[in-house]
Ligand binder design. Sequence first.
Ligand SMILES: Nc1ncnc2c1ncn2[C@@H]1O[C@H](COP(=O)(O)OP(=O)(O)OP(=O)(O)O)[C@@H](O)[C@H]1O
Length: 271
Amino acid sequence: MTSTPDVLPPQARPHAAPALELVNLGKRFGGREAVRRLNVRVEAGELYALLGPNGAGKTSTIRMIAGLSRPDTGEARIGGHSMTTDAQAAKQHLAYLPDDPLLYDKLTPPEYLEFVAGLWGMNAAQAAPEAERLLKWLQLWPHRYERTEGFSRGMKQKLALAGALIHGPRLLLLDEPLTGLDAAASRQVKDALREFVDAGGAVVLTTHILEVAERLADRIGIIAGGELVAEGTPAELLARTETATLEDAFLSLTGPTAPTPSTNLRAEENE
Ligand SMILES: Nc1ncnc2c1ncn2[C@@H]1O[C@H](COP(=O)(O)OP(=O)(O)OP(=O)(O)O)[C@@H](O)[C@H]1O
């Protein structure tokens, strides 16, 4: 992928408050606690993967961070702004990419990006150069005259990523970003995420693919039963569980023989 030195616009450059802070974040559905008092901090320049078995609470957590669902306890802060009490400021710093993003079939990529930019209050003159930069970066520029209805899943995912980045967010939140992508498209999206992080952005993603988390993430948080059962670099998680692969570490932390969540400690606290 072509590298650009200015992947992030100025408003997205590093800043004193953490890119993301979850403080006692919790959510209940009826009598069930889907997310239990999560405390997580992600800094600028970091890619954080949230891993967990089915029903662990990943999507519930992501939805609260994105402001799509209200926490019952605690709050999510984006760049120091509370998503509960100052959602407008928090959302300015955030981009959320769901696993099946909505595109408008009849639009070309520049038209789609102009539309999304308009939702953020950017006019067409401001949006056009940024759209061109993002489309070139994601190798969609040669397709700029085509309607998105004919795009492959990978091309659509990359265009949705460009749309997520058009307003210069500091934190990019992705739910299963590589679902359904072939190896080439998956590599391009992974490279794009790494470049965004290397330029000072922060990424939080959920994935079921352990190999993706192991190779891409600077830190991994493992949740089970709505609780953070372990957190650390891939190497720290292996050392802590005395396992050779992340799959073994994951199973030992979340499988039937795992210790009860509240007795677990974060990897760094265990050293
Ligand atoms: N809207 C809802 N109403 C009732 N229960 C819900 C709702 N959303 C999630 N839950 C429950 O909360 C728990 C956590 O679900 P969540 O979707 O956050 O898990 P997940 O880790 O994203 O799972 P998966 O990997 O299967 O997508 C589950 O027990 C789920 O059934």
